[in-house]
Design a protein around this ligand. Sequence first.
Ligand SMILES: [Zn+2]
Length: 212
Amino acid sequence: MVPLSGGRTAETATVGREGAVGGVVSHGYLPAFTQCVVQVEGAVLRMDADRLREAKRSSSTLNDLFVRYADCLLAQVLQSVACNAAHPIEQRVLRWLLGLQDRVGTDALPVTQVVLAGMLGIGRTYVTTVLTKLQDQGLIHVGRGRIYMLDRARTEAACCDCHARVRGHFRTVLGAIYAPDGEIVAVEATEPGTEPPPRPDAILPELREAGR
Ligand SMILES: [Zn+2]
């Protein structure tokens, strides 16, 4: 969460079991720039920043994992900036809900309309209008304190490609492993310097031609 003048806040990134918060994500510089707010309950590992720094110094694999996560977090933030500037609010809401579902791993997302409005930096009434529209399309059901994802595949199709791009980056760079319902179930620790095989769509056409 980034605090704004006038007491408002806006969400800039969502972090789940795949990530970390604090000034420790990449190279351990403190203090952290932003605040984090727990929106969904769950277990969290909290440790002293000095101990983590020491652990990263003694394990190049652990250090590499944090560096790769920092890259993915940056990708998430960059894509959010682009999405917020270019895409309609309905798609931004879907992107946010899909990203939350990836991190929670359930169809019933424990998020209220008030929280969602705060996350997206828009008014409560506007959120209700947008959610009603998405509900009429059969993509979600708005319940009491919950938003239910009714059809993951159709929701992904209705969303802009921002969610898929970030998800693909998490998979390629961090080694994120997704369950069929979208949940991130693990990240693969690889030896530093080990590069994952490039995705076919990441290869420039001219290079693909040259490789034939
Ligand atoms: Zn978008």
